[in-house]
Design a protein around this ligand. Structure first.
Ligand code: TXA
Ligand code: MG
Length: 315
């Protein structure tokens, strides 16, 4: 694994070093435009198994396979639904995952034994460089311990995993900050299973001429979509207005609690970018309760509300 290479190769060519680590069955913290992933060679069963062990993730929660380009899709799927082709063409590289029928050789451990596989081409230049030089698919969940807040910096990945991850590529803070939009293209009409930066309105527009898309509020079919997820240690309470959040914060503070008000309205691009760093910082500072003001459910507001609702849900 990482020890096979001379120690300074990582500094001289971090992406080349990451490729070596992956080819030897190791795990790499990979920056993407959404959040950091914990990447393994998607065709190496033992390496993928380690992802589940290190994350503490149940085996029935499938992993997204990351590709260098949409041209690599046929190697992973038995057929490309029209909706998946349209979305890939319009959105890749970018924060969108399509569920398509799995190809025959895709490992059961990657798909959780399901007939579908999630595919995505990330837009981060370092991830693309890694994928191109690696040459295969990289199975990568978000690089956080199961149920914890997703990581948006290399330091977050190191904080969750320490030496259990063989190498972390530092690509800076993730520009999007919330996980990719997931669209199940194996159902008719396709269904949004997880809201993200490619918002519901955009997906609907793209699929308008070919049968449309089912509303994101329909029943979720993705496993791993637990109601409680993305959760900090602090209790998270949700408010529609800053005034109600502040009033609650004052009352909790008067009762001796350590409270933070997190205003996730205003510039939603910045709110999404900062969301997970804010939640992690609240834990680092020993905050008991985060009073979060949630944005209206429009555009990126869907994704921010979804993640904060999951952070607020009791187990
Ligand atoms: O932005 C992202 O999507 C990030 C970066 C690293 O690419 N990845 C990510 O992966 O968020 P993860 O594993 O934390 O979340 C993926 C979700 C999980 O809830 C998983 O169960 C679901 O997608 N999923 C993946 N493949 C699936 C499949 N074939 N069928 C149903 N659900 C699937
Ligand atoms: Mg995750």
């Amino acid at each position: 694994m990482s020890n096979d290479s001379p120690p300074d190769s990582a500094a001289a060519d971090p992406v080349g070093h990451a490729v070596d680590v992956l080819r030897h069955g190791g795990l790499v913290g990979m920056p993407t435009e959404t959040v950091y992933g914990l990447a393994a060679d998607a065709s190496d069963e033992a390496a993928v198994r380690r992802v589940f062990t290190v994350k503490g993730r149940p085996a029935d929660h499938p992993l997204i396979v990351h590709l260098a380009a949409s041209e690599a899709m046929p190697a992973w799927t038995s057929s490309i639904p029209l909706a998946a082709a349209v979305l890939a063409d319009a959105c890749w590289p970018g924060p969108l995952t399509v569920l398509v029928p799995r190809g025959d050789h895709v490992l059961d451990i990657v798909t959780g034994g399901r007939p579908t596989v999630g595919l995505r081409v990330p837009a981060h230049p370092m991830a693309l460089d890694l994928l191109r030089r690696f040459g295969g698919g990289l199975a990568a969940p978000s690089a956080n311990r199961f149920g914890h807040v997703s990581p948006t910096t290399a330091a977050h990945v190191r904080a969750d995993f320490g030496p259990e991850v063989d190498f972390v590529l530092d690509g800076g803070a993730c520009p999007v900050g919330v996980e990719s939009t997931i669209v199940d293209c194996t159902v008719d009409p396709p269904q949004i299973l997880r809201p993200g930066a490619i918002d519901e309105e955009q997906v609907a527009r793209l699929l308008e001429g070919i049968g449309g898309v089912a509303s994101a509020s329909g029943p979720s079919r993705a496993s791993g979509m637990l109601s409680s997820h993305y959760a900090p240690d602090a209790t998270v309470e949700l408010f529609e207005t800053l005034a109600t959040a502040t009033a609650r914060a004052e009352s909790l503070t008067a009762h001796g609690m350590r409270v933070d008000v997190l205003d996730a309205t205003g510039d939603l691009v910045v709110a999404a970018q900062q969301l997970y760093a804010w939640l992690r910082a609240a834990d680092d500072r020993g905050i008991d309760v985060v009073c979060a003001v949630i944005p209206p459910p429009i555009g990126l507001g869907h994704a921010i509300r979804d993640r904060l609702q999951k952070a607020a849900a009791l187990a």
